[in-house]
Design a protein around this ligand. Structure first.
Ligand code: AMP
Length: 396
């Protein structure tokens, strides 16, 4: 960075870099490339989904100093595709290049204790929780949040990993043991009628835009489908979008941030989780919104004006998990033939495994529930064609 700081706006064909080689990085790179940027990745593997489409790659773990140096040499501005990037590495990079979102947003959202402390401090509604670092904390947590509760490891949890539900006080110790006695949050069980999320993009000037609310359904703790707009009333929708803006402002985020909520049986919105990046529930914005969540990530990173978030049509997205390979390669043609409105996205992952996100399908339809029914029907049509691919179990 020059002593006068980074240029206010990075124009194409500047070189942008993303930390992380997964599908979110891939879709960021594709959006950047469409806008004329050169776009590369810091990835642990040269065959990762993002590395496959990158103009350039640095292959190394994200906290490897020589690799960070090589990355900073090539990337004029840096973003992330996952939250588990070491905060010191981001701080190191931020002294050399604009890093958006900044390390603080990433640092808060990569650890559930920091995330919940942040929400508590800012009086932003969330489920009751209690910190667990010792056996005494665990006892106090059962008292404080009641039963059932859900124990979640403070860090490294995703897609329901590192979580155990506790129904009886006498099971709490065993549940914590099964998580390796690491620092956890104990969260009160939320009786929710729906799970919804809001993707918010915030620029350097503090201007922010939100997408319509997405309604998410999970299967085995993994996102299964999203419908946008969610079937919630206008007051709930407005409140969810307002809360997402409040969070992005309180964090000072520059970039894209996703806020996941529970809508309780009584109609209250409680924040479940923050992700400092585009989110699986926003993938349908690629086709369904004027500007996709990935394009907003590019715009915010480069200091460009943010794009419109309006939907061109209601839409639904269903995930395509590795489980679909159990009997062989899924029959892509069958799904596309059955419904020409189906949009297929595959991430280029070579090894399908149970629960692994391999791709997704999006359908636009004036009726959001019809969009979901069509997307689900297309996925059902993906019955395997040839029984030859081996599915590895147990890899996320
Ligand atoms: P998380 O990784 O925290 O988003 O949790 C994954 C999924 O587990 C959520 O999307 C919910 O379906 C479920 N879940 C997590 N926390 C709770 C809770 N406190 N009460 C009820 N269900 C929960």
């Amino acid at each position: 960075m020059s002593p006068s700081g980074p240029p206010a706006v990075l124009r194409p064909p500047a070189s942008l870099g993303v930390i992380g080689g997964g599908q979110l990085g891939r879709m960021f790179l594709q959006a950047a490339q469409r806008m004329g940027y050169r776009a590369g990745v810091l990835s642990a593997s040269d065959d990762a989904p993002a590395a496959q489409v990158a103009h350039w790659s640095v292959v190394a773990p994200s906290d490897h100093l020589p690799a960070l140096r090589a990355f900073a040499d090539r990337a004029e501005a840096v973003t992330v595709e996952f939250e588990n990037v070491s905060a010191p590495a981001l701080r190191w990079l931020a002294r050399r290049r604009p890093v958006r979102p900044g390390w603080r947003t990433v640092w808060v959202s990569q650890n559930r204790i920091r995330e919940k402390s942040f929400l508590t401090r800012h009086r932003i509604p969330h489920a009751p929780w209690h910190l667990v670092r010792t056996g005494d904390d665990l006892e106090a947590a059962v008292e404080a949040v009641g039963l059932p509760l859900i124990l979640k490891t403070a860090s490294s949890g995703y897609d329901g990993k590192g979580q155990v539900r506790v129904d009886r006080a006498r099971d709490a110790t065993a549940a914590w043991s099964s998580l390796g006695h690491v620092a956890c949050v104990a969260e009160g069980w939320v009786d929710f009628q729906a799970e919804v999320s809001v993707v918010v993009a915030r620029g350097r000037d503090g201007q922010a835009v939100t997408y319509p609310v997405g309604q998410n359904r999970h299967d085995r703790h993994i996102l299964d489908s999203t419908v946008m707009p969610a079937a919630v009333g206008p007051i709930i929708a407005q409140e969810a979008r307002r809360l997402a803006l409040t969070v992005s402002q309180a964090l000072g985020t520059v970039g894209v941030l996703t806020v996941e909520f529970f809508l309780t049986a009584e109609g209250r919105l409680l924040i479940n989780e923050l992700a400092p990046r585009p989110h699986n529930s926003g993938h349908l914005t690629i086709e369904a919104a004027v500007s996709s969540q990935f394009e907003q990530q590019v715009r915010a990173l480069c200091g460009l004006p943010l794009g419109m978030t309006n939907l061109v049509s209601p839409a639904a997205m269903v995930n395509v998990l590795g489980d679909l390979w159990t009997g062989g390669e899924p029959d892509w043609e069958a799904a596309l033939r059955a419904d020409p409105g189906v949009k297929l996205h595959l991430y280029g992952k070579r090894t399908p495994s149970t629960g692994r996100k391999m791709g997704h399908l999006t359908v636009l339809d004036p009726d959001p529930e019809a969009a979901l029914a069509r997307a689900l029907a297309a996925r059902a049509a993906l019955k395997p064609r040839v029984a030859r691919t081996r599915v590895v179990t147990g890899r996320g």
